[in-house]
Design a protein around this ligand. Structure first.
Ligand code: PAF
Length: 282
């Protein structure tokens, strides 16, 4: 595995493989890698000849400076994990490499980017689109891998690829959870032991809501989740929204779609966590 810092060097390495007709896969990450990322990288290795993992904490997708400053960073640990899993290249550029000048591009993925994360983190998806398009343009991968934990991000990236005419294939990979249900997230590293126990209630309540949903209306299921989260000391619900899994538009009744997902954002102390659960899948 090779650690690369510049676009020029990465492109020179990839050119050699591309000239031989090798397939290139990209796993974009912001580092602080865990088993969830490892599952994306493993899938990428199976599907492609060359696996590029980018590790870049993208400043333009943070609407909260504090959140950006506190985002966990440990490139040495990331490289150890990626070496073990078998990535070909780690691309870890400096901010100036990716943004030699401010990126003023404005994307519009309405209505996908105006709700949920888009409503609570203004500009977030514009920043995601800025860096993901830059990475796509630099690497020009055949396949790119994203986790379903960031359910809305995945839907927006699929829409972006269509809108901008990229020919690469987007592969969505399932959420990876700890044995006790907690969805893996780089932000979990910021939870104290006590907070981690509190955060566990998020997945517990989502799983319970799937059982509750059988025999209850969608509206009552939303209330079940809202009330259950409110009953846990140390959790503060930002949103829980039940949406169509493709269009991300709110769904009022279970019969309204055959792909229904509940998306949640919750503060545990000052750590903001997201998770989701599929109630119906097509
Ligand atoms: O999901 C993430 O970690 C980031 O949003 C991504 C896709 C790597 C872009 O910075």
């Amino acid at each position: 595995m090779k650690l690369i810092r510049t676009i020029k060097e990465l492109q020179a390495e990839l050119d050699t493989y591309k000239k031989q007709g090798k397939k290139v896969g990209l796993v974009p990450t912001m580092g602080a890698l865990h088993a969830g990322h490892a599952s994306l990288v493993k899938r990428c290795i199976v599907d492609n000849d060359v696996t590029v993992v980018s590790v870049f904490v993208n400043p333009t997708q943070f609407n909260d400076k504090n959140d950006l400053a506190k985002y966990p960073r440990d490139l040495d640990a990331d490289c150890r994990l990626l070496e073990e899993v078998g990535a070909t290249f780690v691309f870890a550029p400096a901010v100036e490499e990716m943004y030699p000048k401010p990126d003023t591009r404005q994307f519009n993925f309405a209505p996908l980017d105006t709700i949920m994360e888009g409503a609570f983190r203004p500009g977030h998806f514009n920043g995601v689109a800025q860096i993901v398009t830059k990475l796509f343009d630099v690497v020009q991968p055949d396949n790119a891998y994203f986790g379903e934990k960031d359910f809305q991000q995945l839907a927006i990236i699929r829409a972006m690829v269509k809108q901008l005419g990229y020919t690469l294939h987007i592969v969505g990979c399932p959420i990876v959870r700890e044995a006790d249900g907690l969805a893996l997230s780089s932000r979990n590293a910021r939870l104290s032991d006590k907070e981690r126990n509190v955060a566990l209630n998020i997945s517990r309540i989502l799983f319970e809501s799937r059982t509750f949903a059988v025999g209850h209306s969608l509206k009552d299921t939303v209330k079940f989740v809202e009330d259950s989260i409110a009953a846990v000391e140390g959790l503060r619900l930002e949103y829980f929204q039940v949406v169509d899994g493709d269009t991300l538009q709110s769904v009022e009744n279970w019969e309204d779609s055959d792909y229904i997902v509940g998306c949640i954002a919750v503060f545990c102390g000052d750590v903001r966590l997201i998770d989701n659960i599929k109630y119906k899948e097509n």
